[in-house]
Every structure is written in structure tokens, then in C-alpha cells.
Write a protein that binds this ligand. Sequence first.
Ligand code: ADP
Length: 474
Amino acid sequence: MNLKGRLLIGAEWVETEKTFEVLNPYSQQVIGSFAFATTQETEEAVIAAHLALLDFADSLPGWRSEILLKIAHLVREQREELAQLITLEQGKSIHESRSEVDYALSFINWYAEESKRIYGDVVPSNKPNQRQFSLFQPIGVVAIITPWNFPLAMMVRKIAPMIAAGCTGVVKPSEETPFTALRFVELCLQAGLPAGVINLVAGDAKAIGEVLCASKQVKMLTFTGSTLVGKQLLAKAAPTVKRVCMELGGNAPFIVCKDADLELAARALVATKLRNGGQSCICANRILVDESVYERFLSQLLPLLQQIKIGDGADESVQLGPVISRVAQRRIGALVNKALDDGAQLVYQSEVEGGGCLVGIQVLAMRAAQGDIFSSEIFGPIIPIYKFNGREEALKIANDSDYGLAAYVFSNNAQEINYFINRLEYGMLGVNEVGISSAHTSFGGVKESGLGREGGRRGIMEFLEEKFVSWNFN
Ligand code: ADP
């Protein structure tokens, strides 16, 4: 496999002398090389987006909707090719890659409709001969920086509302997974999206980020990635007072109360924890189990874990692929070793055979709700379980985090559920379920997990500016 990746600047596919290599996380083989953008290419991409904005911001919503529907059509046609590409460069199981394409498609379809519903407000005036109203207009050029964990979906969740709103932009995918992004922007052009509306750069992430944040022409930065990088970008975007939408890290508590349906909770935990090998910002990271049901919960959980097949994501029989890189593999190993040194007990460990960056499932019975593994995003198939005694203790442990993205509660007691709904400091709650993310609902966090929302009605508003008009016609 020797893919060649180019940048997209306006209507031009751009090659550069320097390139970077992209690896398959399972085989660790190079799958291709990609043009390496730095300051100059990024500046050109911003200019291209700015030029395209003149017409695109004035375009009719119905036309933008049609373009989105054409993009959706092409993505549907290319579903298998895109899924194979995601697995090739990201490593997840091919089944999950197909689901990722479907999930991305749902956002394109949703925002194809929302582009026609950018309603304003008419305000009853307090004076005669006066009309007052607010319009919502495209914010302008948008910088889009996306991660590797869902290389298609995280980007589409931003690009679809951007197009729907009439904005143009520069996307910088992760250098670990640029080929999926490239294929998607190719499909956008094929669908008739005018040149310059979307531009793609990848390479020197820091230099690209600096140009995008410093540019006065860029009016908004939408980022999905780590809280660490998010904070750096926030600081860099401050001097130009950009709109920011930040989807940052999470440290989701998964609370199993004494009256929960334990079978349901165990199945849900496997679904959220092992999706994408635990490399999702909303996956359960701290499993809190009422001590009175602890043993019964484990007896439901362990048989499910024993059935999971780990290996090359491209193999149709595999459910759990490798983690993204050697660095990630080592980081996860260090977190587990530290937890074991601090007194955690290894309750279960799956067998792992084969190459690359495979990480086996490990269940840890934690001694105390503290330490690195408690406070950091694990981003791997590690299941640390903490016992609690009563809802007050569960709540205290659950809220003891700088993160506030997703939380899960399993209980059949309405009083208990209501207690947690009112008090959990998280942007999203799953109650007796973990499927909390979809095109028609809000996605986003509180505390250091982010700013703004993606998806749903709110998602498009991030890309719009309100203009209030007071009109005297005396
Ligand atoms: P992850 O842990 O998901 O890789 P990162 O925050 O490191 O999270 O990366 C998310 C995105 O941010 C990627 O596209 C990455 O290349 C980009 N990125 C990382 N560092 C910077 C930076 N200093 N400036 C701009 N973008 C960056």
C-alpha cells in the first residue's frame, strides 16, 4: 500500500517537497506519505477560504442543502471504501469503521435539513414605527482541527454544519489519519462544493495551529482533541477574540447502583468501554459500583469480556483492534503498572497475540479513588472498578474530576436517577444506556471538557453570528 496525500488549497491539489508517513497501527507498516504543510501553505489555505466566503456566505440555504445531500449520496456510495480506509490508518475493527461512516452520514443529512432552518427572531418593539429583529449570518472562515480517534466522524460533525451555515474553512486532520479526511474532501468537491469552501492542510501541527489562531480572517476555531492542546489553542485564539468550540477530553464515571439491572449495565459497559478500543472521549473511564452488587456485577461482566476477539481490525471476526500508536501503547501500560504499584488488583487480563499496537483488556479492582488512572483519560481498553457505599459517595467520586463530558448511571430507582441527573457535573448523561451521541442531539462538555456544542439544533448556531437590527421608519 502506498497512498499519496496532497493538500487542498482552493482548487489546487498541492504537493510539497517534504512529506510525512502514515502507519497502519496493527502492522506498523507505512501505508503512504502525505504532503507536509507548514506556515506558508496554511496562510494560502486561509486566503482561499476567505476568497470563497464572498459568494458562499450569500448562497441560498436550499442550494447548500442540495450540496450536502449530494455529499451524503457519495459517502453512502463509498461507504465500504471509506470504512476500509479508516481501519487501515486508524486500526479500529472494520465493523466499527462502517458504523462510523453511517454516523458521519447522519450528520450530513441532519445539517442538509438544518441549513433551511436558520431562523431569526422578531422582537416586539416598544416604540411606534420601529421594527426590531435579529438575523443569523455565517460567522466567516472557520479553522477545523480534528483528532485521529474518529477520523471521518469528528471532521464531518464540524464540516457539515459549517457548509449548512454558509461558512468556509480550513481543516487540519490528525497527522495519524489524514487519508480519510482527504477522501472526504475529494467527495465534497465531486458533489459540487465550490473550490475554496473547504481547504485541507496537514503536517506541522503547531505551525498550522499558530497561523489559524493568529489570523484575523479566521473568525472561529472548532477543535476536537486533548484538553492540553485545547487550552494552548484557546490561549492562541484569544488575541483575535475568535469564537471557539472545544470538544476536549473526558473522564466519564459509569455508576452502577445497587438496584441496577446488572446484566444491562455489564453489556453497556462493554459497549462503551471497548468501542474504538476505549479511545473515545465519552467512554466509561471510572467504573463505580455499589459494594453490595460488586461481585454480582463482575460475574456478569467477565464472561462478556472473554468473548471479545482482539487483533487486526481488518479481519471481519475481530471486535477490538489495536490502539493508535506505540506511544499510546506504552502510555497505557505505564498507567496500569502505576495503578498496580499503588495497590490495585488485576481481576482479568485478556490474551493478546499478534503484532502492532494491540493492548489486551484489563480489569482492575482499585483500592482507592485516586491516582493517575483515576484522574486521567485512559484511552485504552482498561476497566478500573471502584467500590462505593451509597449515592453520596458515588456522586462525590464521580464529580471529583476536572473533566465534565459524559457520565452514565445505571439504576431502576427513579429517585436515585433524579438525584444524579440534578447533581452530576457533566454535559451529557446516559441513564441506563450509553448510546448518547447522535446527529439530532447536543454533544459537549462542561468544566475542562469544552465549550460549545456539536450536533442537534445548537450545532449550527456555533457557526452563526447574530445581527440585531433596529429599524425606524418614521
Ligand atoms: P489526541 O490525543 O486526540 O491526539 P491532540 O490534542 O494531541 O489529541 O490532537 C488533536 C488534534 O490537534 C490533532 O489534529 C493534532 O495534530 C492537533 N494538534 C496537536 N498539537 C497541536 C498544536 N500545538 N497546534 C495545533 N494543533 C495541534
